[in-house]
Design a protein around this ligand. Structure first.
Ligand SMILES: *Cc1c(COP(=O)(O)O)cnc(C)c1O
Length: 395
């Protein structure tokens, strides 16, 4: 659950460096290489930067991805600077005029257009700059492709009423707006759900691709790209398991054979980077109240909001520390369930509830796994003004 490289580093950190985010970049490179190898040659792998936009992560992924999916002006500017020369797609709802201008200035390779209003705005801005290359766009559609209830999706962005993308009928109605504008329709984009296994992901991909082919046929469009989104499942209850990229890759290969005119693109975030990071901290206090054991850890969910956001028990490994300098008896939980909480003065500051441990003592270190995506960057860092963690990128 923790790589030897990360565990060794975590054990040797000085106490004043805790809590610490430790990232194993060599492990990240290995897994990204394996993901790329599992996908058909004609499929493109983009990384959704919002999962973890740290420059070291973006640069480690660069040799293994075709580009990056970004979803704000801030991400665009940051990713362009961190990995110059790599293709960028700009998606996300509610793009402002200033963000669209920035994207045009940066020469963003693909715009994922989310609405008719956004299309009109982008068309006006693109027309203002004669001489420049036209803006290349994909229309993001919200297709009824996934039954979130039966597929087990953790988060559904499409297939139901949502603020994401265009209703399929609106997408069709947008097509006349493209005529005579400095816009080039390259294809269709859909990101319908997060947390899907390979079969459900392939069903989504097939649905989106068929829809794109039918649309192109009906309107005689030169559509060559279909981006089938991200959302490959990550199971926090099984930190040793991985999304089955082999099965997914085989299915995509069949799909590319069926649609030789299309370049397929996938844009996972979480499934690429979740496993490369650990939040390492120490047990400050351990006590029993009303018959239950509580370990109070340095730091809290203001550094690692993932368990609070997702409502799960975050997986962890105990890194025992045998030194105990105090003259009094060391507080410990032995062979019993323990709730791991943080330093925040709220009962919501819990990493994991009533998880059985063989032994956990004050002064032991704890490494929370799967903290490489949607972890530090989604957390409410300033709440209670505790010191920030330190960051360690191991290569
Ligand atoms: C968030 C997002 C992704 C990545 O989702 P993961 O669940 O991290 O794989 C991809 N595409 C779009 C449009 C997104 O909003």
């Amino acid at each position: 659950m923790i790589t030897p490289r990360a565990a060794g580093h975590a054990a040797h950190l000085a106490a004043d460096q805790l809590p610490a985010y430790v990232y194993d970049l060599a492990d990240l490179a290995d897994s990204a290489r394996a993901v790329r190898a599992a996908l058909p040659e004609r499929a493109e792998l983009y990384y959704a930067a919002k999962a973890n936009p740290a420059a070291e992560i973006l640069r480690t992924l660069a040799p293994h991805v075709s580009g990056y999916e970004t979803a704000s002006g801030g991400e665009l500017a940051h990713v362009r600077e961190a990995v110059p020369g790599m293709p960028l797609a700009f998606g996300g709802p509610g793009k402002t005029e200033a963000e669209l201008r920035l994207a045009l200035d940066l020469g963003v390779e693909r715009f994922h257009v989310e609405s008719e209003q956004e299309l009109r705005l982008l068309a006006d801005l693109a027309d203002e700059r004669p001489g420049g290359a036209p803006a290349d766009i994909l229309l993001r559609v919200n297709l009824p492709a996934v039954d979130a209830e039966t597929s087990g999706a953790a988060l559904a962005m499409g297939g139901r009423p949502s603020p994401f993308g265009l209703d399929p009928r609106s997408a069709e109605a947008c097509l006349p707006l493209l005529r005579g504008r400095r816009l080039r329709l390259r294809g269709i984009h859909a990101h319908l759900a997060s947390g899907l296994g390979p079969e459900a992901q392939l069903a989504v991909a097939a649905r989106v691709t068929d829809w794109a082919r039918d649309l192109a046929g009906r309107h005689r469009l030169q559509v060559t790209e279909v981006d089938v989104g991200g959302g490959m499942a990550v199971d926090y209850a099984r930190p040793g398991a991985r999304f089955d990229w082999q099965t997914y890759g085989r299915g995509l290969r069949e799909l590319t054979a069926k649609h030789p005119d299309f370049t397929l693109r996938v844009e996972p975030g979480r499934a690429l980077t979740a496993y490369c990071g650990w939040y390492v901290t120490e047990v400050l206090d351990l006590k029993h109240t009303h018959g239950e054991a509580f370990a109070v850890l340095r730091g809290g969910t203001h550094h690692l909001r993932t368990p609070a956001a997702k409502g799960h028990d975050h997986p962890f490994t105990v890194l025992p520390v045998d030194d105990w300098a105090q003259p009094w008896l060391r507080p410990a939980a032995l062979g019993e369930p323990v709730t791991l909480s943080g330093q925040l003065c709220t009962p919501k500051d819990v990493f994991a509830r009533r998880v059985p441990v063989a032994r956990l003592r004050a002064g032991d270190r704890v490494a929370f796994a799967m903290a490489g995506a949607y972890a530090w960057n989604i957390s409410h860092h300033d709440f209670l003004m505790h010191p920030p963690p330190t960051f360690h990128f191991l290569s």
